[in-house]
Design a protein around this ligand. Structure first.
Ligand SMILES: [Zn+2]
Length: 1086
């Protein structure tokens, strides 16, 4: 922390230092003198229309240019945008004038800029933040997409962005407002997470144009979003729809990138336009105010990469404010002011009125009748998969770094770099696939570097752990390293290739299990010959199987591999948060070449086990599935839509592209009338290898112990020689009577009910039948009738729908030849190695009864499988040429668990990562929704100390979801719902009076709330300060009270046995879908 050199800043520095992060045992520090946040809001005029001008810039963390090109401002011919200049310029302007305000969103850019500043400049910026003149909004590493992102990654990137803000600016750096102005539709889970992170409100710009019209017409653009079906009020979030997306009013763009007229106020200038311009502005805001409930409107004054010359904006805004407000003398009731979204929100709160509510989500987003933004749910399928792999390894790296026996100075920089890279990947033009091709390459390259950086952590740590050192975080590593084992990651396992396993006669496979319960997994290792044995650490030789790698994989032109087979074995009892290693070696025992079944192809073929059996018809298609309880017709096929082609000049001439899914017609084309199949049956797995055509193949398999089936598809290169872009889907048709209803997940978490051709809050008119029924599938899509339920789990984000009863489809790959005219200016025509991109992935199919009264339910199996597919074991390979089996077995620790209790399968430790010095951030999560299973949906209690016996924990305290504020310090603004719920019944019926808006207390003074003297009562309507810290005793006392409260057991609780009556036990109670986040402080090593 830099010294505070300027005398007048001393006090502010003190605040920033003291409140920099949740303090454990320190006394609370009142922010007296610090004027950030709501306390810093400019006064509004209660009887006037207050126009909150919000200067802002929207800085994409990569889109048409790479992250660095945007930061440094290179490649100006592509886009004139340089973020470093923006922040320079804005800060200069803010320092000149205390009335000016600015909000900043993307921590990825801000901290790059921050690191380049002098200590003096940093102090000046801290002052701006402390005075609320520069306010952080959103604050995550990037403004993440909401359709294709997994909740784990969203939480991670908020955790890191807010952590950096907290470390640097303390309380005043903490954002209170979610600012998702550009993402293409909005998920309910995102709103729920914002609420759980302690945010007071959310503003966004993009929602379906019909929904927006309807909402603005009915004054329902601002609402209370009840964002969880499980969590109740803690997941309610005030949400506002911005009037003009995030642009300034037409004609009022004062950036150097714009061509609008400045305010010309030369007294005698023939061009003087003051009257005209103020009139125009008043007309706009007066109209706008008719769509909102209070005497406040928020005007976004900025756009993509604006404020490179902030003076150009501010100079004109100054004039606009001056000339507009001068009219008040003559009776004008319009008041303009520099403001921020949080000050606007405070005004709404202070208005003391009620608000409509919202229970569903804002997907899909349509910007016109033919532009459904549902293509990006699938665009760039391999980048979407790589991002998910990144998440998996980030969790592994975080865990192992926390478990490291010795600390190495490069661990944390590597981990931070990985966190930041994954933050960038969540950006709404990164994982979405809506960036230019070379930017997509840049993202992939960054992720690859980050994976390798953390790979050096895991190599070091695993070498220490295997040589028998126990985790004692904090001991510095002073050894010079000559690592015994490589613990290498094979990046190309997705095309069944791995240099070590296919070239070494002896190698070690170490499976790291990032789950908090022990698990088992069928492992596949690419090998070049038939004769291998697999031995574990107890001298037991495992049962193995060899199957050929499908020819379609072997024939991939760019695959440079000797592996022709996969060696398969069952790795069982894999310890939680730990690893188990296997020694694999060539033998001279001769194994026979695996040969496909000599099935009579004129009869039906079936594969499976006693839990699930799949039948294929004589044409080679899946035709039925049998479980213990039922046989249902289920077939599966690959089809494609032809992408629409148009010049984009009018709505109806819209092309299908990176953002937009727009098929030429709703008719899908079948890729084949009959796939060629081969059937392999072994003891561990049964497989059907299907070849549909020259560019689509698939392996359908059922492992002996699994209750579900895998469909491992490979698509590409998608042919375009006919000049037609194609959007490939896999479709499962069943006889389940779903009556138009299906279910899709929200960021991998809670499920949402969908009804074909329907929206919950308005009567939708669909001119794009297929595209308008597509929803984002982050992990799961399902449908059911009263007897049966069918679910498909995905390994990456995809678009999906149910276009007919009993039918589920997922779009797995797209190759298009035209741009859709939303800025990217390229067609989504991905190539690799000189041909169309090949993508390989897996769907997991679960079929079962739809009853919920008997455990285990089908939904329970889905939840367990979802988690196991998100975080399977990470496979580390080490050559063992120089280490005999006995040497390996006798001299190394080949099984290890970092925790002392295997948690039940419905409880997940979502995060386990190094935090501040001697601290670990840990998140526990209940992965079921209520009523999904009569047993596993119960509330669970356990003693945290039973889980972490190996750690010397001296303090535990719960935080908000993002890990950066103490939960018991956190206060959120409360908003009151409308007393009557109005239903939207007709999109065509426009005007409705807003009489139902009830003023709760008309006499309530609007502006006299006190902010930094005392805490206002929580139940009062007055805006309370979120900046206040409550006085409280030591944490142990809080914990004791908490434990007592928890002792009152509820009947629905499933308890884990407490190991002993321990005074220091720390009971954690988790109800369905709850996530609890804690900071653990560990004893210091001396
Ligand atoms: Zn954007």
């Amino acid at each position: 922390m830099a010294n505070c050199k300027i005398k007048s800043l001393l006090f502010i520095c003190f605040i920033a230092l003291s409140a920099a992060r949740p303090q454990k045992n320190s006394k609370s520090i009142l922010n007296v003198g610090s004027k950030c946040g709501y306390a810093s809001c400019p006064a509004v005029k209660p009887h006037m229309l207050n126009v909150h001008l919000v200067p802002h810039t929207h800085d994409d963390v990569g889109w048409l240019k790479t992250v660095d090109q945007y930061y440094y401002g290179s490649e100006t011919l592509i886009q004139k945008a340089g973020v470093q200049y923006i922040i320079d310029s804005v800060v200069e302007q803010l320092l000149k004038d205390p009335n000016k305000r600015f909000i900043y969103v993307e921590s990825a850019f801000f901290f790059k800029w921050w690191s380049e500043q002098t200590p003096e400049m940093q102090e000046e910026v801290k002052m701006l933040v402390d005075e609320g003149r520069l306010e952080f909004i959103g604050g995550a590493w990037s403004m993440n997409d909401e359709a294709t992102t997994h909740y784990q990654s969203i939480i991670d990137q908020f955790t890191w962005g807010l952590r950096r803000l907290n470390d640097t600016f303390g309380e005043c750096g903490r954002p209170r407002i979610g600012w998702q102005i550009d993402p293409f539709g909005h998920s309910r889970e995102m709103a729920s997470m914002f609420a759980q992170m302690g945010f007071d409100g959310l503003f966004f710009g993009r929602l379906d144009y019909q929904d927006k019209d309807e909402r603005l017409m009915n004054k329902k653009g601002e609402m209370i979003w009840r964002a969880s079906a499980n969590l109740g009020e803690p997941a309610h979030l005030f949400t506002g729809v911005l009037y003009n997306q995030y642009q300034p009013p037409p004609g009022f763009c004062f950036d150097i990138l714009c061509a609008d007229e400045p305010i010309i106020d030369g007294k005698h200038s023939p061009d003087n336009n003051v009257k005209k311009r103020v009139d125009q502005f008043f007309e706009f805001v007066t109209n706008m105010s008719k769509s909102y409930r209070t005497k406040n409107v928020l005007i976004t004054m900025g756009e993509d990469f604006h404020y490179q010359n902030a003076n150009s904006w501010y100079k004109n805004l100054d004039k606009l404010i001056k000339y507009a407000n001068e009219r008040q003398i003559n009776g004008s009731e319009i008041n303009l002011l520099y403001s921020t979204p949080s000050c606007y929100l405070k005004s709404l709160h202070d208005a003391g009125i009620t608000w409509p509510t919202k229970d569903d989500d804002f997907f899909p987003y349509a910007s016109d009748p033919h532009a459904y933004w549902t293509g990006y749910f699938t665009s760039r399928p391999t980048l979407k998969r790589y991002e998910r792999v990144g998440n998996q390894f980030l969790q592994v790296c975080k865990q192992l770094t926390s478990l490291a026996p010795r600390e190495n100075p490069y661990f944390l920089p590597h981990l931070s770099f990985f966190r930041e890279t994954m933050g960038i990947m969540q950006h709404h033009d990164a994982v979405t696939g809506t960036e230019k091709q070379k930017v997509a390459y840049d993202y992939a390259r960054r992720l690859n570097v980050a994976l390798r950086a953390c790979g050096s952590n895991t190599k070091d740590i695993l070498n220490h752990l295997t040589s028998g050192e126990t985790p004692q975080t904090g001991i510095p590593d002073t050894k010079k390293h000559d690592y015994k084992f490589e613990f290498k990651t094979c990046d190309l396992l997705n095309i069944s290739s791995c240099l070590i396993s296919e070239t070494s006669d002896r190698f070690i496979l170490t499976l790291y299990n990032p789950l908090a319960h022990s698990t088992f997994e069928y492992v596949r290792v690419p090998v070049s010959t038939l004769d291998y044995i697999v031995k574990d650490y107890r001298d037991v030789t495992l049962e193995t199987e060899i199957l050929p790698i499908p020819e379609t994989i072997q024939n991939i032109t760019f695959r440079n591999s000797r592996a022709k087979y996969e060696l398969i074995f069952l790795a069982s009892e894999l310890p939680p948060f730990g690893y188990k290693s296997y020694y694999i070696m060539k033998t001279n025992k001769h194994r026979l070449e695996p040969i496909p079944d000599a099935d009579n192809l004129s009869s039906f073929v079936s594969i499976g086990n006693e839990k699930i059996r799949l039948t294929f018809d004589t044409n080679g298609f899946l035709s039925a599935i049998t479980t213990k309880e039922m046989t249902r017709i289920v077939n599966q096929e690959f089809l494609y839509y032809e992408g629409a082609i148009g010049n984009n000049r009018e709505f109806r001439n819209r092309s299908s592209g990176a953002y937009i899914f727009r098929p030429k017609t709703d008719n899908v084309k079948l890729v084949t009338t009959g796939p060629k199949i081969k059937v392999y049956r072994g003891n561990l797995v049964e497989e059907v290898h299907q070849i549909f055509n020259e560019w689509i193949s698939q392996v359908v398999r059922v492992y002996r112990k699994h209750g579900y089936a895998e469909f491992e598809w490979m698509v590409g290169p998608i042919p375009i020689d006919d000049g037609v872009g194609k959007e490939i889907i896999t479709r499962f048709n069943s006889d389940i009577q779903s009556e138009g209803i299906f279910y899709t997940d929200s960021n991998g978490r809670e499920m949402l009910k969908r009804l074909r051709d329907h929206r919950d809050t308005w009567r939708v008119k669909l001119l794009e039948h297929t595209a308008g029924n597509y929803y984002p599938i982050t992990t799961k899509i399902a449908l059911e009738d009263e007897n049966a339920r069918l679910a498909i789990l995905t390994d990456r984000a995809q678009g999906g729908s149910s276009m007919g009863d009993g039918s589920l489809e997922l779009m797995i790959h797209r190759r298009l030849l035209h741009d859709d005219a939303f800025g990217v200016d390229e067609s989504l025509n991905e190539t690799a190695f000189g041909q169309g991109l090949v993508a390989r992935g897996t769907h997991y199919l679960i079929l079962g009864n739809s009853q919920l009264d008997q455990s285990p339910t089908t939904q329970l199996l889905e939840r367990f499988t979802q988690l196991e597919k998100l975080l399977p074991t990470w496979k580390f390979f080490s050559d063992a040429t120089n280490s005999s089996y006995d040497d390996w077995r006798l001299n190394y620790t080949n099984i290890f668990s970092g925790i002392s209790l295997s948690l039940p399968r419905n409880i997940h430790i979502m995060s386990f990562e190094p935090w501040h010095e001697n601290e670990i951030l840990i998140r526990f999560e209940h992965i079921l929704e209520k009523d999904e299973d009569p047993e596993y949906s119960k509330t669970v209690q356990f003693n945290l100390k039973d889980v972490l016996r190996g750690f010397n924990i001296v303090d535990i305290r719960e935080t908000t979801l993002d890990g950066n504020a103490w939960l018991d310090d956190n206060r959120r603004m409360e908003f009151v719902p409308d007393p009557i719920e109005e239903l939207y019944d007709n999109y065509a019926l426009y005007y409705k009076s807003s009489d139902y808006v009830q003023l709760l207390r008309a006499d309530k003074p609007l502006l006299d709330a006190k902010y930094f003297e005392e805490l206002l009562p929580v139940d009062g309507l007055g805006a309370e300060s979120n900046r206040l810290k409550r006085e409280h005793g030591k944490n142990m006392e809080l914990n004791r009270l908490r434990a007592e409260k928890l002792k009152k057991f509820k009947p629905s609780i499933a308890n884990l046995p407490l190991q002993e009556d321990d005074d220091t036990k720390f009971i954690i109670e988790l109800s369905p879908m709850e996530i609890h986040t804690y900071v653990l402080t560990l004893a210091k090593h001396i």
